[in-house]
Design a protein around this ligand. Structure first.
Ligand code: KG4
Ligand code: ZN
Length: 337
């Protein structure tokens, strides 16, 4: 019999609801919260209020789009963490209420695991290649930068992690210094395509093993700009594209260098990228080049499954449903999972 999952994602500033049937996406809606742009970052209190306003209408629309009624839903999967506590609380409470009212199982999902499992989302009109195991995945988002080995859909091992900022934070914080709105990653990506990657040099960190560090890059970018702005107050405006291209290239080469090391160390050549920063066109292109050179079997997610979305929560929930991994109703959200 078909298994239909209602999936809820509310870990940060996007309210997303998806309906997944047997691993296939029937709908995946996202309500973005523009309010944070004014503040240069996500304001937790505003985010949770916006989730409260959005969650019922977005769920309603997702069900309409999927052509699914409440009686057809077999389980509710929701993001338990990591994320902003107030935001997670809205999704968790709503999911509990829905599951309780329908008397169906509740399934907690780890947001980071879900980003990686986005590679397993199926679509009716697609003939998708799926990774085989072990699968080595670079997870790069606004809050996390990790290298993960997936031994099966639900067995993960973290073999590299950032010791300070995430790659997405490096994009966003450097963008903020240049006066860009939050999140700056997509704009830097766009401007970088018109710039010279060798125009400026920024120091790369030396971190042992497979771990990352991005806080030094942010500081060196800040000091570099401070000096240049003394000579030319419009330095950013005059060099926007080159600044973005050089910064982006530095971040990409840090990321890819570690993935190459991870692949050499583990012998795994089944490689993927996931998370918001995996939408970056420079990273996607460089990964393709590296894959060709090193004979990797490369998996690049579709754009709509890179940044936060509920389809990835739904596919993870589906795998947990098949294993009977359900949560009790006293489950609480976790800011750190
Ligand atoms: O995965 P995500 O939506 O949320 C978290 O779980 O953190 O990732 C958001 C991050 C932000 O830092 C944003 O600037 C970055 O992903 N991002 C990008 C691009 N699109 C989103 N960074 C670089 N290039 C992009 N095209
Ligand atoms: Zn995320």
């Amino acid at each position: 019999m078909a298994v239909t999952i209602l999936a809820i994602e509310s870990s940060c500033d996007d309210t997303s609801v998806a309906i997944i049937r047997d691993g296939y996406v029937l709908s995946n809606l996202i309500a973005n919260q523009d309010v944070h742009m004014l503040y240069g970052g996500v304001v937790p209190e505003l985010a949770s209020r916006a989730h409260q306003a959005n969650i019922v209408p977005v769920t309603h629309q997702a069900m309409l789009k999927a052509g699914v009624i409440a009686e057809e839903i077999d389980a509710v999967a929701f993001t338990r963490g990591p994320g902003l506590l107030g935001s997670l609380l809205v999704g968790t409470s709503f999911s509990k209420g829905f599951a309780l009212a329908r008397n169906i199982p509740l399934i907690e999902v780890n947001h980071l695991q879900a980003h990686v499992l986005a590679h397993f989302i199926l679509e009716k009109d697609g003939n998708k290649r799926l990774p085989s195991f072990p699968f080595l995945c670079l997870l790069v988002s606004g809050g996390h930068t990790r290298i993960i080995i997936l031994k099966s859909q639900l067995e993960m091992e973290v073999i590299g992690n950032t010791i300070d900022d995430a790659a997405g934070e490096a994009f966003d914080k450097c963008g903020k210094v240049m006066g860009f709105p939050y999140p700056a990653g997509p704009l830097i990506d766009k401007l970088a395509s018109e710039g010279n990657i060798n125009a400026f040099r920024f120091a790369k960190p030396h971190v042992k093993g497979l771990d990352f560090s991005f806080s030094g890059l942010k500081t060196s970018f800040l000091y570099f700009l401070r000096d240049k702005l003394k000579e030319d107050p419009d330095f950013v405006e005059h060099n926007k594209a080159d600044l973005c291209a050089s910064l982006q290239q530095t971040i990409i080469s840090i990321l890819i260098g570690k993935v190459v090391n991870a692949s050499l160390k583990t012998g795994i050549r089944e490689i993927g990228i996931a998370g918001g920063v995996s939408a970056n066109s420079g990273l996607r292109n460089e990964m393709r080049k590296e894959a060709e050179k090193r004979n990797w079997n490369l998996f690049i997610p579709e754009f709509r499954y890179t940044t936060d979305n509920a389809a990835m929560i739904g596919i993870t929930g589906y795998f947990k449903y098949l294993r009977g991994e359900f949560s009790d109703h006293d489950v609480t959200p976790l800011a750190r999972y």
